[in-house]
Design a protein around this ligand. Sequence first.
Ligand code: MG
Length: 487
Amino acid sequence: MNILEKSRNVWERVYAVSYAQSLLEWDSETYMPEGAAKERGEVSAVLASIIQEEVLSQKVRSLLKEAEGGDDLYARGIARVLRRKLHYYDSLPPELIREMERVTNEAKVVWRNAKKKGDFKMFAPYLEKIVELSREKAEKLGYEGSPYNALLDLYEEGLTVDDVERMFSDLVPFLKRKVRELSGNWPSEHPLEEKEYDKEKMERLNHLVLDLLGFDRNYMRLDVSAHPFTVEMGLYDVRITTWYHGKDFRRSLMATVHEFGHALYERQVDPELRGTPVAGGVSLGIHESQSRFWENIIGRSRAFSDILAPLVREVLGIEVDGEELFRYLNIVRPSLIRVEADEVTYNLHIYLRFNIERSLIEGDLEVGEVPSVWNELMEELLGITPPDDSKGALQDIHWSIGSIGYFPTYSIGTLLAAQIKELIERDMGSLEDVIREKDFSRVREWLREKIHRWGSLYSPKELLSESLGITFSSEPFMRYIEEKYRW
Ligand code: MG
């Protein structure tokens, strides 16, 4: 039996429980009656502990040993992934994992109320506890340099504070300059933002656009949730969600296209890897590069606007041409809320969070100072100040669920999408032309070949060097912004 088959056998139970857990997660966010939340939470916790036990089992340890003895790509990939999983559970005492679980369960509820009231003080004691537990987690996991490195690595394998600093060093001054340049010269609002739409019609438009991109309904579905997301059960069942606000249709449309990018990645993993530890996307940053690629590089392109305009007129009954649609989809304005930020300002929001998280974990910042530092940085980076903490330090869910070290992956994905654009254009010429021909199968095939099929066989950095032949860089993104946002 080769190492792939062997690992599929050993991994069978982890795979099956993860499959069930993903389905429950999807259901919790879409169709579950609200009253079931507590019971569902208990069941989920049990499933999580079954996975932990399975990963720590003797048979997984011997599989790791065997994989470490091999030297082909499969053996190396399986060994790398298993080493990381075992290291995680071996290093973190079960009490620490349980304590984090307990604190974040409470913190989530407190955060929601604090956000409603714009009252950071309510949330502060919980964030203090979460920072403390995260620092303990970093100590247990081990790190070189900054303790924040241990947390970054949980979301983006091998990512360090130095990598993130390097990513932002030219980018931040460039973006600040770009925001100043564009103000007054580029649309900062559009009447379509206030235009109302009918939800059923919007749903039809979303489906038409997905059909165009290559959404395979035989293995994928689209539903509705409070926040759009993608979840894969296995290779043959990948689900996305979107949202409907009743106006400003780009929010629903772009969320749908974004999640399509995530879903396609999971769908195009080599079927040979199914059910093994190396099935599935390799990291959050690489995943986000796929969603950002479809959302921004394709979905917000001039050529795609021309394809969209007749659909918008026909389905939503909104009179708009390609040029107007392009402007509406690419409004640039400094805004307070990260999830609503445009391509030019988005990464500045991430830079702000990176600085705060890093200082908290390195012990240079007290939780009580977070709102004032937040507001100062907003003023410095974007020239605006939140009226209250609900539009400032309380806006994102991440800290309340203990996800510290997560934010930088959003920038990695956004920047990497522009690198991928340059690579694709090197191979097939102008992407605008490919889009105009509606030839998305060529793009899907390219992404499958270069990125998707590898699953987690390569680490994120290896994937870039071995399969794409590049190292991570913010230059292509700056070129892309420079080229696109000119008058
Ligand atoms: Mg995403």
